[in-house]
Design a protein around this ligand. Structure first.
Ligand SMILES: Nc1ncnc2c1ncn2[C@@H]1O[C@H](COP(=O)(O)OP(=O)(O)OP(=O)(O)O)[C@@H](O)[C@H]1O
Length: 299
């Protein structure tokens, strides 16, 4: 067994990150967060908030989408990640499962899995077998369908395959973009179980999810992104009790709860010049002064 890295060497640090697409579109502003070794961290937020952009920046796939980091930094342990080099991210142990279950429809399950971890260069056959065994123990259905074309799998099975392919690179940090999207409730439950299992085996997870209930039940820490900025951060269970999250992301009609006495910065606050943060019961609200407010519902 390789020696486990010290915690800080297997943690993701995003510091003051700005990302733009093209010349004009600012998608992220001053975003900072950490994914500690072995943790599950979730990003919530409405459509267009910048969640996928953050995952792309970390996985080095920004340039493929004509995006670029214009300020701030990302590092995984000692490795600097610049948003432009997916191979560097994979080599550092950071692998993304993109939204939309992208599998190679014309290739078999086995061939799809073999494309996982290609950026790692030459690996010993034993390492590949070990990675495949891990995938098959998590997803026995894939083991039964190794010779089947991926395009003929159900939506849930394709999602399993997409996650399985990422696991073939033996990531220490897995980036998951909307893994439950469009799946039947039973399959959503299964995917949640799998995420828990992957994490229990020592892989940290940065999870983007529209299904906030599922995401908050899995995560240690949660951040709410709105219009490119982190607006709320804290332990997932505490965030789940705030009025803003209950109303906007968990679909509840809220009355003020016993646990949240603070004035909330809701999803409706926009724009800004100076930043103020207030901490109450572990939840950090980041609000911007001089802002206008305007309704903006959750997706
Ligand atoms: N390739 C691109 N080119 C230009 N603008 C983009 C591109 N990808 C995303 N954007 C814009 O960047 C902003 C953030 O988008 P992003 O997809 O990161 O948000 P999101 O929170 O993941 O939303 P969703 O849940 O809809 O995927 C949006 O305004 C979006 O329109």
């Amino acid at each position: 067994m390789p020696e486990a890295p010290p915690d800080e060497e297997a943690a993701l640090y995003v510091e003051g990150l700005d990302v733009t697409y093209g010349r004009a579109l600012s998608a992220l502003r001053s975003v900072s967060l950490t994914v500690p070794h072995g943790a599950v961290v979730t990003l919530l937020g409405p459509n267009g908030a910048g969640k996928t952009t953050l995952l792309r920046a970390v996985s080095g796939t920004l340039r493929l989408h004509r995006g670029a980091i214009t300020a701030g930094r990302i590092r995984y342990g000692a490795t600097e990640l610049d948003g432009r080099d997916p191979v560097a991210a994979v080599r550092a142990g950071v692998v993304q499962v993109p939204e939309g279950r992208r599998v190679f429809a014309g290739l078999t399950v086995d061939e799809n899995l073999r494309t996982g971890g290609l950026g790692l260069g030459r690996r010993r056959p034993a390492q590949i077998t070990e990675a495949r065994d891990r995938v098959f123990s998590l997803f026995p259905r894939l083991a039964e369908r190794t010779g089947q074309a991926a395009g003929l799998l159900s939506g849930g099975e394709q999602q399993m395959l997409a996650i399985g392919r990422a696991l073939m690179a033996a990531p220490r940090l897995l980036l998951l973009d909307e893994p439950s999207l469009g799946l039947a409730p039973q399959m959503v439950y299964r995917i949640a179980e799998v995420i828990r299992e992957i994490n229990a085996q020592g892989t940290a997870v940065l999870l983007v999810e529209q299904n906030a209930g599922m995401a908050l039940s899995l995560a240690d820490t949660a951040h709410v992104l709105e219009v490119g900025e982190v607006r709320l951060s804290g332990p997932a269970d505490e965030l789940a009790r705030t009025d803003a999250v209950r109303r906007l992301y968990l679909g509840e009609t809220t009355e003020t709860t016993e646990t949240t006495e603070e004035t909330e910065t809701t999803a409706t606050t926009q724009t800004t010049e100076t930043t103020a943060t207030a901490e109450t019961s572990g939840v950090t609200h980041t609000s911007r002064t001089t802002g206008t407010t305007e309704g903006q519902g959750a997706a």
